[in-house]
Design a protein around this ligand. Structure first.
Ligand code: F6P
Length: 554
């Protein structure tokens, strides 16, 4: 017995299957010819962002059917429940209240949570101002100049993305990010830093994450080796966590700890004290701008009707391709160097949230859930994987993210960047027929026979869908709105698939097995208890240790 409706239970499911089949007989270019208003009619704006979804395999009828699906799934009601703190995370019996972290007023019934958020915001602001004002002194009396955020997953990707994306707003203190337990990550970061003026932020919701704790210990050893005494150590560490006790055990005093709460999911936690390193990098006012941009998107999400609701429209497109065109992936192409980390951030957001195989009630899904998300900043991808986008055999629906201006002087290169982004989206749609390819080869002076031989290789099917999301510039507000847009899209898709987007049980077993294997690596004579392949690899590791060159000292 199940309470959760599956996507395939909704009345629109069969209708959408039929409409998707009909779309096979048409092209996006033909949809434009038939519908002159399409470019404007398939565009929606909110919070400084414009979503152009006109270049999709979507006609007015199929869009109407998708909108009906959203109504049947009661997406507006679900959006309201999310923001009101309904415990939607049913496997962990808690709400997912990331929207509260950017709210300026307390939603009904959430006064206590809101005042804890406000209190923490005040403390974040004080730390930002103190550090950026040069008033936080390291053990030798030198002001802190570098901040190293040690965290992983949601305790890393969000602040790392914001710091990079808003480099134009960079203040006097530089922020660095160390996530990987590979010693190289911390080692090469610290190589450039002075222990006397470096502050570490141990960022871990649970304060139990192996990678973060191990890197924290190594950071402390680096400071000890530089002569920092145990008493002075607290000048060099802050902690962001729900687990204040574990932070205290590590040696971070309560006044250096900023809290977060179990109702904030790691991948949704950028807006909490987890964002402190980013707030230091860009300054409090700009971080505050990031929060207001996200809040504006929250308001849009919870009030705009479905037909104009950006997160809902984007989610319906995700469902359309994933479940009715069998597209197993989605590519995100930010035409902005600062947003180069966006695909990484979105991978955790979408795949950890919606990479699930059962409904909220534990019933197996009879359709696909989250597609594989990938991508990189334009124009680099054009010289690498765009070949597959244009001529490969797979359907890869694309999101182009296109800031229209640069904060730097445009000596012509930003225009080139924009031209490339627009060109890629248009080329994916129009493609080039074999006849056109042949004609262009003849124009280039090739002989008929050579043109005939090469035409099929130059032909491009086109009809490949993409959205273009534009914003005037990557400002704190614009970035906040963009990230909240993807958060809400993820939530809507989870609702349509009938899954819980806020847990991540699938990562646990690997951690347990990792600990068991680590024990085996540490104890040479431990009895064999793994499968034959793992045992062979353990042996290979042992042999490599014996052959190993002396470690580097630099
Ligand atoms: O292992 C997955 C995960 O739990 C993510 O959900 C989370 O963002 C990351 O690890 C880091 O967790 P923490 O902030 O507790 O160190």
């Amino acid at each position: 017995m199940t309470d959760t409706l599956r996507l395939s239970d909704f009345p629109s499911w069969r209708e959408l299957q039929a409409l998707a089949a009909q779309m096979q007989g048409t092209t996006i270019a033909a949809l434009f010819s038939r519908d002159p208003q399409r470019a404007t009619e398939f565009t929606a704006s909110a919070a400084g962002l414009t979503l152009d979804y006109s270049k999709h395999l979507l006609c007015r009828d199929s869009r109407a059917a998708l909108l009906r699906l959203a109504e049947q799934a009661q997406l507006p009601l679900r959006a309201g429940q999310l923001l009101a703190g309904t415990p939607l995370n049913n496997t962990e019996s808690r709400p997912a209240l990331h929207t509260l972290l950017r709210a300026r007023t307390a939603p009904t019934g959430l006064n206590a949570e809101f005042s804890a958020v406000e209190d923490t915001r005040q403390r974040m602001r004080l730390w930002c101002d103190r550090i950026n004002g040069g008033h936080l002194l390291g053990h030798s009396g030198a002001p802190i100049r570098d901040v190293v955020n040690i965290g992983i997953g949601g305790s890393d990707l969000g602040p790392r993305l914001v710091t990079g994306a808003l480099a134009a707003f960079q203040g006097p203190v530089r922020c660095h990010y160390v996530a990987n337990v590979d010693p190289a990550d911390l080692h090469y970061t610290l190589q450039r830093l002075d222990p006397g003026s470096t502050l570490f932020i141990l960022c871990s919701k649970s304060f139990r994450t192996e990678e973060t704790l191990a890197n924290g210990v190594a950071a402390r050893d680096w400071l000890l080796a530089a002569g920092v005494t145990a008493e002075d150590m607290q000048r060099h560490f802050l902690a962001i966590t729900t687990n204040l006790e574990a932070a205290a055990d590590f040696g971070v005093p309560a006044e250096n700890c900023l809290p977060l709460w179990d109702w904030v999911g790691g991948r949704y936690s950028l807006w909490s004290a987890v964002g402190l390193s980013a707030a230091i990098a860009i300054g409090w006012d700009n971080f505050s701008g990031l929060l207001s941009g996200a809040e504006e998107m929250d308001k849009h999400f919870s009030s705009a009707n479905i037909a104009h609701n950006l997160p809902m429209l984007m989610s319906l497109l995700e469902i359309w391709y994933c479940n009715f065109f069998a597209a197993g992936n989605q590519v995100v192409l930010p035409y902005d160097q600062g947003l180069a980390q966006l695909p990484d951030f979105l991978q955790q957001l979408t795949m950890e949230s919606n990479g699930k195989r059962v409904t909220r009630d534990g019933e197996p899904l009879d359709y696909d859930s989250a597609p594989v998300l990938w991508g990189s900043a334009g124009t680099m991808g054009q010289h690498s994987f765009h070949q597959l986008l244009h001529q490969g055999t797979r359907l890869c629906p694309a999101d182009f993210i296109l800031p229209l201006t640069t904060p730097l002087v445009d000596d012509g290169r930003h225009r080139m960047l924009v031209a490339n982004g627009l060109a890629q989206s248009r080329t994916l749609m129009i493609g080039r027929s074999e006849d056109e390819a042949r004609a262009s080869l003849l124009e280039r002076g090739l002989e008929n026979a050579e043109a005939d031989r090469l035409a099929a290789h130059l032909a491009m099917p086109g009809n490949r869908p993409s959205s273009v999301i534009t914003l005037d510039a990557v400002t704190p507000q614009g970035l906040g709105a963009l990230l909240a847009l993807y958060e809400h899209r993820t939530f809507c898709s989870g609702q349509l698939w009938g899954i819980n987007s806020f847990d991540q049980w699938g990562v646990e077993l690997g951690k347990e097995i990792g600990s068991a294997i680590l024990k085996r690596l540490e104890q040479a004579d431990s009895p064999q208890n793994m499968d034959a392949a793992t045992e062979r690899l353990l042996g290979e590791w042992r042999a490599a240790q014996k052959r190993r060159a002396p470690p580097r000292e630099d």
